[in-house]
Design a protein around this ligand. Sequence first.
Ligand code: SF4
Ligand code: SF4
Length: 406
Amino acid sequence: MELEERARDSADNCIACTSCVAVCPVTKANPDYRGPKLVGPAHNRMHFSDESDYEDSLKLCSNCKNCDITCPNGVSVATLNMLERAKYYKAHPEKHTQADQMLSHNFQMADMLKSIPFGRTCANIGMSIGEAMGMMGAMGIAPQRKSPRFATKYFREMYKEIKQPEGLTKEVLFFPGCFIDVNDPEVGVAFVKVMNANGYKVLMDDRFKCCGSPLVVGGYLDEARSHADNNVAIINEYAAKNIPVIACCTSCSLMLKAEYTELFAQEEMAQAAKNVYDAFEFLTILAEKGELKKVHVSSDKKFIYHAPCHLRAQGMGMPAVDLLKEIGVNIDSADAGCCGMSGSYGFHKENYETSMKIGSELFDKINASGAHKVVCDCGTCREQIKHGTNAKTTHPIQVLAKAYEQ
Ligand code: SF4
Ligand code: SF4
């Protein structure tokens, strides 16, 4: 298979039904965006006649994938957009902004800070000062936002100190992803607790790199390809040993399970995808086999759940809600579409207004729900929810880990 072959070919399946336009949150929120049908398949079918041809509003696409979820004819609209964006930036690297560079390469910053004494504490203080003085806007970051802080100990470091029970015979390999690793390591700790309680030892492999999702949306496709090749080789190595790979972040799991293959069309990527699971997808399989640890929650504290777009794009319903309901957790889905954050999209200064407009339905539902916490599998969705509502948020694996503690 040639690079880009699959997604590019899918443009010819477009029957111009406009279903994608009806569900695109950016089209609804921002009249400057010309919509998925035109920006994705229509422009790809025209096969731009000259290198300088570029649809400027393409930069407004958030890669949320709602178009792909809805398209009745299997057009990979979001991927067409990302491939076109990458082509443009390859020809015009000077058009990348400082914000593109920073938001797509947070993993580099995180690694660098780890090697400097007090690096993370100093970076967090620097962010607080920068935000208080309104300096983030000068770098292209929305000044209204509070950037996620670096954890003083990353999950990869915490993992080495976790004492897993002796004698566990089954194993899974955890793909922590950047957000859980460097910003929210307690999610990883909860994952280890849950898997241990179910008889699995959790392995880590330090060779894993960022899944590459922030690189793709930033138009750094060659770098994303090198991350994909690295990660796919590791996943296939564990597949050969019958050890499944599990991610707790739905953008990471979507990338490993579907986007690598869509973007780069390599057989080994399709092969690796079969060995990757979202955490609650895996736990649901255990439950169906009667192998999930049984527990019943007695508290009637109310939770509201937000389904990330990148979970819905995986076409497996809402396994976290189903499983948590099953054990007695009082939880309902907000059913309010996209939160508007889409990874790093809402952090860009120029996308802030669109991002908040998209999230408004979700914010209203959360505010009216009376729930004590919002449950969501995606770290940056949780950031958006906190910003838009001041609500407390948690990952569903943390709710399950707490239930196991009772
Ligand atoms: S939903 Fe699919 S077929 Fe319909 S206009 Fe969009 S891309 Fe074309
Ligand atoms: S990925 Fe999201 S923002 Fe981009 S065209 Fe599709 S629905 Fe619209």
